[in-house]
Design a protein around this ligand. Structure first.
Ligand code: MBD
Ligand code: FE
Length: 280
């Protein structure tokens, strides 16, 4: 069958009614987006001769996968795509430079303890090395950014995040802090070394990855939001440059400029990393 079928009067009328195009009230922009999304799905169904069993298999996948939707989105590259879109919009607006943004992922939790100074992120014991991170938050002219808040969160040595640990082993804000910085923009923290993340075994994301011939692993990494008065909030992360998945991240979160190699000595690993914010 030809995809012209979707352009037939019957299907176009169906799309108008389904998207509320003819209906009074509702959100005009949402109507237009909904219409185009549905039309795109219909076109794919016709183009690939998707049959009934494939259709219901897909519906079942999304039904079972709702709990992992936040993981499927980065897994299929959509979250990274949004970063590329925002980068391109910045370039168009003449905004360049600064630390690259990269995906937030689904595992941030609000309300982490607000702390100051050279802090320990890890409240729970963990049988692994100690990570030391230091650096400075700077503006476009290399100036120190004052009164920034650095949100930082990462996994434990099993690759599990507090609040999402399937073993129930972690206290609520283990490896999560908001660090209040001073006038010099400097930060310093240490914590128990994170390991790479893997999607839940047998979950919807893993099933999709395997069906695509892919895997569901991320390199070890540390997430950040950095907010400061007068500057644009940056969402980013560093991924360990010496991790086997550093160049093969299932979530597309690793980027050039965000892959420092930890300086490992004995049971400690040191990363020096400066962040560059753009003005608001
Ligand atoms: C993570 O830890 C993560 O950062 C992303 C983007 C997806 C899944 C798990
Ligand atoms: Fe993560």
């Amino acid at each position: 069958m030809n995809t012209d079928f979707v352009n037939s009067q019957a299907i176009q009328e169906l799309l108008d009614r389904a998207s509320g195009a003819d209906a009074e009230g509702g959100d005009t922009r949402l109507k237009a987006i909904t219409r185009d999304l549905l039309e795109a799905i219909m076109t794919v169904i016709v183009k690939y001769d998707v049959d009934e069993s494939e259709f219901w298999n897909a519906i079942g996948f999304f039904q079972k996968g709702v709990g992992e939707f936040g993981l499927i989105v980065p897994g299929v590259g959509l979250e990274h795509f949004m970063d590329l879109v925002m980068d391109a919009r910045d370039t168009e607006a003449g905004l360049t430079g600064g630390t690259p943004r990269t995906i937030e992922g689904p595992l941030y939790v609000e309300g982490a303890p607000l702390v100051e100074g050279d802090v320990d992120l890890s409240t729970d014991p963990d049988d692994t090395d100690t990570l030391y991170m230091t650096g400075e938050v700077k503006g476009p002219d290399g100036e120190a950014v004052t009164n920034a808040i650095l949100h930082v969160w990462h996994a434990n040595s099993k690759g599990f995040y507090s609040h999402f640990d399937p073993t129930g082993a972690q206290t609520p804000f283990n490896n999560r802090r908001r660090i209040k910085l001073g006038t010099d923009g400097r930060y310093a923290f240490h914590s128990k070394m994170p390991s790479g993340y893997s999607v839940p075994p047998q979950g919807a994301t893993e099933r999709l990855m395997h069906a695509l011939g892919r895997h569901g692993n991320r390199p070890a990494h540390v997430h950040f939001f950095i907010e400061a008065p007068g500057y644009r909030t940056l969402t980013t992360q560093i991924n360990f440059g010496d991790d086997p998945f550093a160049k093969d991240d299932f979530a597309f979160g690793t980027r050039e400029g965000l892959l420092p190699v930890p300086n490992r000595q004995g049971s400690s690993a040191v990363i020096a990393f400066d962040f560059y914010l753009q003005r608001a």
